[in-house]
Design a protein around this ligand. Structure first.
Ligand code: NAP
Ligand code: G4F
Length: 352
């Protein structure tokens, strides 16, 4: 019998990589999809098969982390072996604009899902294993290197909500004996990264500048340091946690940090561009409270899970820039042929 996995946030960056990974392992994958006025399944369209046409191992269910009834219904319908809670309003800067919504989805959404799971298991639902997407943002102002033993000092409504979700998960493990793991993941990126996160905002702009579609890139704090890895590597750690004998919490990181300035310089250089000619500060992108320095210590994950990142920082930047150069070339070709392009790069740089 194939194992059944349920993923919230399946349409996001990590959801797409995790789905590919689990399908490759022979899982039957179920994902929770939010209703949107435009299609929001771009990242998983290539692995979705119309169930009317062929036997598919990927099924989508409408639901939302703000809707406890829907969460219960999806859990009862799917009867999963593993649940991956990846759904979130995941943008730190945006969380200062919509703090209440962020808390509702990230903190209370997790509580709703855990409550549904608790009842499902209590009523004979079997030994479900649950993964919670915790974040290095929870460390906030705590000095690096950060490990599983580092106390949290969150610096945004998003991070505060993730801390609450993290502790709900720990509490449900201790109180009800549920198999629950928190993956404390440091920043991970890819060509599928949302265009308002800094790496993708930069690589999209590099492509568009190279193709003459844009000239300036407006950014905020260039001094912040992050421990950036590749999302495709990180989803394997999520799965590995749920295959252990006992549930536990793990830091997932590369152990290496770079400043935003360094990342910008490398991305522009990859396309033969001088960043100082194009990048300007826009104070709108500064945060009321910043997280200055994140650098993880992934020793526990390496020793217990046998997990190590495969893609280096230089390879990650190079892959993302190559992808976004292609995208910009397509955009320019369409423009030259007289088609209206959406100028998403420009819109993204205005919003984040
Ligand atoms: P992402 O690309 O922003 O994806 C977020 C997913 O959550 C999307 O599928 C989104 O749906 C869904 N979602 C948003 N609001 C929802 C709601 N109210 N109900 C149900 N689903 C909702 O994020 P990601 O980078 O894949 O990250 C996955 C998870 O890991 C998130 O919880 C994030 O906070 C956490 N995390 C990420 C990183 C990182 O560096 N990427 C690091 C640590 C932790 P739509 O597609 O419809 O918007
Ligand atoms: O790419 P970012 O928006 O990622 P941030 O805030 O670190 O959060 C991401 O990683 C977390 C894990 O640590 C996740 F939990 C979270 O869901 C998300 O995936 O910003 C990175 C750094 C920040 O210091 C920010 O101030 O880049 C700086 N930055 C400078 N200019 C900018 C910009 N960030 C964005 N988004 N846009 C800018 O124009």
């Amino acid at each position: 019998m194939a194992k059944r996995a349920l993923i919230t946030g399946i349409t996001g960056q990590d959801g797409a990589y995790l789905t590919e990974f689990l399908l490759g392992k022979g899982y039957e994958v179920h994902g929770m999809l939010r209703r949107a006025s435009l299609f929001n399944t771009d990242r998983i369209d290539h692995i979705y098969h119309d169930p009317h046409v062929s036997g598919s191992n990927l099924t989508l269910h409408y639901g939302d982390l703000s809707d406890g009834t829907a969460l219960r219904r999806v859990i009862e319908t799917v009867d999963p072996d593993e649940v991956y809670n990846l759904g979130a309003q995941s943008h730190v800067k945006v969380s200062f604009d919509v703090p209440e919504y962020t808390a509702d989805v990230v903190a209370l959404g997790t509580l709703r899902l855990l409550e549904a799971l608790r009842d499902h298991v209590a009523h004979g639902g079997g030994a479900v294993r649950y993964y919670q997407a915790s974040s290095s943002e929870m460390f906030g102002a705590a000095p690096p290197p950060q490990s599983e033993r580092t106390p949290f000092h969150p610096r945004s409504p998003y991070a505060v909500s993730k801390v609450a979700a993290h502790w709900y998960a720990v509490n449900y493990r201790e109180a009800y004996g549920l198999f629950i793991c928190n993956g404390i993941l440091f920043n991970h990126e890819s060509p599928r990264r949302g265009e308002t996160f800094v790496t993708r905002k930069v690589t999209r702009a590099v492509g568009r500048i190279k193709e003459g579609l844009q000239d300036k890139l407006f950014l905020g704090n260039l001094d912040a340091k992050r421990d950036w890895g590749f999302a495709g590597d990180y989803v394997e750690a999520m799965w590995a946690m749920l295959q252990q004998e006992k549930p536990d919490d793990y830091v997932i990181a590369t152990g290496e940090a770079h400043s935003v300035r360094e990342m910008v310089e490398m991305s522009f250089a990859e396309a033969g561009l001088d960043w100082t000619k194009h990048v300007q500060l826009d104070p709108r992108y500064l945060r009321p409270t910043e997280v200055d320095f994140l650098q993880g210590d992934p020793t526990k994950a390496r020793e217990r899970l046998g997990w190590s990142p495969r893609m280096s920082f230089a390879e990650l930047i190079s892959t993302m820039v190559a992808h976004d150069l292609d995208l910009a070339q397509q955009e320019r070709t369409l423009k030259q042929a007289g088609f209206k392009t959406s100028a998403r790069g420009a819109a993204a740089s205005d919003k984040s």
